[in-house]
Design a protein around this ligand. Structure first.
Ligand code: LLP
Length: 404
């Protein structure tokens, strides 16, 4: 995705061609970028040879999952819906892990019947329920227990998951107690210790502490696990100010860990695979000058993409066509929804814009479409995949009549 002669292209197709064909707002993905990210991720952890389970919560589009599947990647799912979608995409059941603090009996039963790789349990209560359902199914179920390592992932507070005040996983003492109490269960096989400390992590330091806590837990528990599931969380560069995770350091820390522990590593990446593979194409509906500010009112809104409104996250906004005519004044890019938080970005200057101009919101591939809604009764945007010169509709635009 780059500018050619001052115009924005997704692979070999100009953004304006896509907007003309499919209208706006529209999610647009680059096939090449997805494949490159997968290859990069595999290269970064080559020496570890992990099982990679793509975190479906970050992007659940069937065609995207099919691309991921062709690279021998599994799925990390958190609901029956995600499990069914992963299976529909052809993902191998023996590469599916099921996480989440509130799996219902119906979801657990489904996972047991499908014989997935692991159900990563997050409480003693859940273990009791899984054992009950396993007994009913007369099956020995492969279980992971999620450890809450009580560490700060130094990411946005709202997406941190590894502190003791977060609802996720169990503390070391409970972890050990569960292993002790259910060691001889005929229906549970404790194969995995899992963790996930947060998302958009850009420093290897929290991972270092995480590995130390895991080691401590393993030393104290005296139980042989087949897998250590390290979750996902690897951050991406949304702006130049974001640091990039040092994969070399993270990988070498894990290699050291593997020298002491003969286990298979599982990763559950979402954002690092899909985050920077998509943009939203949007048009300027109106421009409103108000005091010292210029409001740029777009035809996309927080219902299409909620990350800025929900987490205050920053996503670059670019013009389709570059011009040199710069206006030094505060610009606020907003949507049409009747909420003050329906705001994408503030900048201190921008090139001169006019109504109808085509714009690009960057890096929306992860936690974009999956978090969209019909708020204000706005129909969902379509998803388009670009592959060289080809554009493929991977999700149709929802019709207003479907909502009424
Ligand atoms: N595994 C587990 C158990 C998770 O809870 C998550 C994300 C992942 C893996 C994938 O993490 P990733 O590699 O994508 O960082 N909506 C928020 C992010 C929420 C993350 C939830 N868990 C956002 O837009 O930033």
């Amino acid at each position: 995705m780059k500018y050619k002669n001052g115009h924005f292209y997704i692979e070999k197709v100009s953004a304006s061609k896509i907007a003309k064909k499919y209208s706006t707002p529209t999610y647009v993905y680059s096939f090449e970028k997805i494949v490159n990210n997968i290859k990069k991720f595999k290269t970064n952890f080559k020496k570890i040879n992990p099982i990679i389970c793509f975190s479906v919560k970050s992007n659940a589009n069937l065609d995207i999952l099919k691309i991921i599947k062709t690279h021998n990647i599994g799925a990390d799912v958190v609901s029956k819906g995600e499990m069914m979608m992963a299976l529909k995409a052809g993902i191998d059941v023996k590469k599916i892990v099921f996480s989440g603090v509130g799996k219902t009996s119906n979801e657990i039963d489904y996972a047991i019947k499908k014989n997935i790789l692991l159900i990563n349990a997050e409480s003693e209560d859940e273990i009791i329920n899984i054992e009950k359902i396993a007994r009913k199914n007369k099956k020995k179920v492969s279980i992971g227990i999620r450890l809450n390592p009580d560490i700060d992932a130094r990411t946005i507070n709202k997406i941190s998951t590894g502190k003791k005040e977060n609802k996720f996983g169990v503390d070391i003492n409970t972890f050990k107690k569960i292993i002790r109490s259910y060691k001889n269960s005929k229906f549970l096989e404790f194969n995995c210790l899992s963790v996930h400390i947060g998302s958009q992590i850009t420093s290897h330091q929290p991972y270092r502490i995480m590995l130390n806590v895991i080691q401590k837990c393993l030393n104290e528990c005296n139980h042989k696990f087949r897998f250590i599931d390290l979750g996902g969380g690897m951050g991406i560069q949304y702006t130049k100010n974001d640091n990039l995770l040092n994969y070399k350091k993270y990988s070498s820390m894990i290699q050291k860990f593997l020298k002491k522990n003969k286990v298979k590593i599982i990763f559950e990446p979402g954002r690092s695979i899909i985050g920077n593979t998509a943009i939203i194409l949007t048009k300027v509906t109106y421009i409103k000058k108000s005091g010292r500010k210029i409001f740029i009112i777009l035809d996309t809104a927080m219902n299409d993409f909620i990350r800025p409104a929900l987490y205050g996250s920053i996503h670059r906004i670019l013009p389709y066509k570059i011009s040199k005519n710069k206006i030094i004044k505060k610009h606020e890019f907003v949507g049409p929804i009747c909420e003050t938080t329906d705001k994408f970005l503030e900048t201190s200057s921008f090139q001169k814009l006019t109504n109808g101009d085509l714009m690009i919101i960057c890096d929306v591939g992860a936690y974009g479409m999956v978090l969209s809604s019909n708020y204000n009764l706005r129909p969902a945007s379509p998803e388009i995949l670009v592959k060289g010169l080809k554009t493929i509709v991977i999700k149709k635009r929802q019709k207003i009549t479907d909502l009424i």
